[in-house]
Design a protein around this ligand. Structure first.
Ligand code: SF4
Ligand code: SF4
Length: 352
């Protein structure tokens, strides 16, 4: 393939899950091989866990949307991968054996898991900071319409993905009509007091680029977004976090199909910033998948790179052993360049 025509997401805006299309890239192993085939440096940094502070629980891959950049390959068809209440209880039992401060609940659209409210309620009752990673549009769907008020009563922090404060860039990644729905959901959250500086009602927006380039400067973007959303839509929020697109799942598919994969990976490698290493989320976070398997991060989860105890045995929440997990090595590969490029990228945004 020659030079790519553009490094921006183009083409049809709607997509479907890799699984529904029986794409080879639905497999984590195939994704890893696609990156390994490239003529590129390997990620050689050795990472070890710091103090465990965050449980990131991925409650399933079901989502009301099918965004083109999705690293989870989520969508309306992913009904089979859904965390059961029994697995949630194992997560809670594990949580009780740690000093973890934060439970970060993600998906898919985590709100679509039938036991989602149970999990939130249990974590709130344990005094944990609870984060819901929300795509905004789900809050307008039938069973979730009362969730904003329910969240507000419990002080749940909402981290919302909104690719851009301009309609065109958001709809390009997430599908036509997404931006208007997102603004409506944000207005509802604002109406309940979210996004006005109250630490109990914290509203964070999460940006990722609409193409094969690094996220911009988080501080200046936050300023620009705050002004833009306020002036154009009367919407406010507390903070913006900017994430690089990870070269996995559906974004990897687009990178390959558009001829951007090699150049994007070179961009990531060339932008390697050693100052990001201490703050990588895999160091203080443990990622739990819908079926209870444990991973160093949500990205490793999607690539099927299990967290492993020193003996090589894959870790599972049912035999959660904090001391043995603290002694493990974090599993890395070339996708890790996505976290260490530029200002760095994690579920909490820029690192350095
Ligand atoms: S990026 Fe988020 S909202 Fe979009 S399909 Fe994936 S999980 Fe759903
Ligand atoms: S993908 Fe990022 S968070 Fe995950 S192991 Fe690699 S560096 Fe750590």
């Amino acid at each position: 393939m020659g030079a790519p025509e553009t490094d921006k997401l183009t083409g049809p805006r709607a997509t479907t899950s890799l699984v529904s299309r029986a794409s080879p890239l639905a497999s984590g192993a195939q994704q890893r091989q696609a990156l390994q085939r490239l003529d590129l440096s390997d990620f050689k940094v050795k990472l070890s866990p710091a103090t465990l502070d965050i449980f990131q629980i991925n409650v399933g891959k079901l989502c009301n949307m099918t965004c083109r950049h999705c690293h989870v390959d989520a969508g309306p068809d992913r009904r089979d991968e859904m965390m059961s209440r029994a697995t949630m209880d194992l997560c809670l039992a594990a949580l009780d054996r740690t000093a973890v401060s934060t439970v970060d609940i993600t998906g898919g659209a985590p709100e679509l898991n039938p036991h989602f409210r149970y999990l939130v309620e249990q974590c709130v009752s344990r005094g944990k900071r609870v984060i819901d990673r929300c795509n905004l549009t789900v809050l307008l769907t039938g069973p979730c319409r009362d969730l904003p008020a329910w969240f507000a009563e419990r002080g749940v922090e909402i981290v919302c993905s909104l690719p851009h404060y301009r309609k065109r860039n958001t709809d390009l990644q997430r599908g036509d009509g997404t931006f208007e729905k997102s603004i409506e959901a944000l207005k509802r959250l604002n109406g309940l007091g979210y996004g006005q500086g109250n630490p109990r009602l914290r509203l964070v927006l999460m940006h990722n680029p609409a193409g094969a380039y690094l996220a911009g400067d988080q501080v200046s973007m936050e300023r620009e977004w705050k002004e833009g959303l306020k002036a154009n839509y009367g919407v406010s929020f507390d903070a913006l976090i900017a994430l690089n697109n990870m070269p996995i799942s559906r974004f990897l598919e687009w990178l390959e199909a558009s001829g951007n994969l090699q150049a994007y990976m070179e961009t990531l490698v060339n932008a390697y910033n050693p100052g990001t290493v201490a703050g990588l989320m895999c160091r203080n976070t443990l990622s739990v998948s819908w079926d209870g398997r444990l991973y160093d991060c949500d990205f490793n989860q999607m690539l099927e790179l299990d967290a492993r105890y020193l003996g090589g045995e894959a870790a599972h929440i049912r035999d959660f052993d904090p001391a043995r997990l603290a002694a493990r090595s974090i599993v890395t590969a070339r996708h890790c360049f996505g976290c260490t490029a530029g200002a760095g990228s994690s579920c909490g945004g820029a690192i350095a």
